[in-house]
Design a protein around this ligand. Sequence first.
Ligand SMILES: *Cc1c(COP(=O)(O)O)cnc(C)c1O
Length: 404
Amino acid sequence: MTKTDRLRQETLLTHLGRDPQAHYGTVNTPVYHASTLLKDTVEAFEEAGRNRLVKGKSSYGRGGTPTTFAFEDTVARLEGAYGAVAVSSGLQAIAVALMTFAKAGSHILVPDTIYFPGRRICEVLLRDRGVETTFYNPTIGAGIAALIRDNTVAIYMESPGSLTFEIQDVPAIVAEARAKGVITIIDNTWATPLFFRPLDHGVDISLHAATKYMVGHSDAMLGVIASTEEHYESLRRTGQFLGCNAAPDDLYLGLRGLRTLAVRLDRHQANARRLAEWLAQRPEVDRLLYPALPGDPGHTIWKRDFTGASGLFAMVLNPCARASVTAMIDGLDLFGIGASWGGYESLILLTDPRPIRTAAPWTDPGHVVRIHAGLEHCDDLIADLEAGFERLNATEETIAARAG
Ligand SMILES: *Cc1c(COP(=O)(O)O)cnc(C)c1O
């Protein structure tokens, strides 16, 4: 046991992944730009090659530098994992994790609510290589047992689910997976290891789009896969075979973002909660999709397993014209329209889960609008949304007058 084993997450965020005396006294681990890593002797070069999958070792820039290992070690410790493998994006983290276990002739189970580009990996790349995917209802819980086949190698999870925020019963799914020797993988991007630690619940592998909250400033693409000791080497091997190295400046931005993750998440959470509660009272809103709200279908499990909720949620509007929603969204001053989330700024996006669901069809007639609550003052965000609803209602009235 090292002296940091007993420290809390906030303290780890401040102290992990840096070694000032190894770096001229600088507080932060510097950015190492490297391809070639020189060794003193032939023997030392060959030794480095033999050890290239050992944690913290590298024989070439692609295998990592002290900047890489600082980021990987920090995430691993936050997740309670043996090690972590940094890759160049969250999507690449999904691809590396799935490709490590899914081989020709095998079968994987994936929630219908998986981050959509991850779904394409299964439906196209893996299918073309002889891997069969069954998409399952994310709220299936222990019912997953009925879907596990003799050739099932992995159960993938993402909780809450992309766009519609269904919470999964991770312990129930893990229990069934373990009973049948099936590996479990989860996308933990929404919660971060501060609000959910999957490995504590028996999950083997927890991956992240570090692009989101870890980087936290919408200025880098980064992915990371944390795992138990059992799977670390095979994950790292896949990443190395495919050449999935993360870029040095992006790793630095990932580490930089982690330093403030706890304080940022506190504000994201508080703002999201207030916005969601305010939106839930609006006559234009049918319901909120946010597990932190009592009454949400996932609330009980969220409360049991998670220690917080981050800033991303959605609302389902009462049926209205598309032009009314776009009038609302297009005129907002403080909410950016764009993909991704987890940066310091607020975002809004009109989404449509209907065409991308097969196991749990989305049938709600209302528009689904996703909101990322940034770090702004919440009163300003509410005023902006309030003006947006006025535009929505005005457009509805114009359309009704024209029809009438
Ligand atoms: C954005 C996202 C990803 C992909 O991350 P990138 O770094 O953008 O490739 C994966 N999973 C979830 C849940 C995401 O929101």
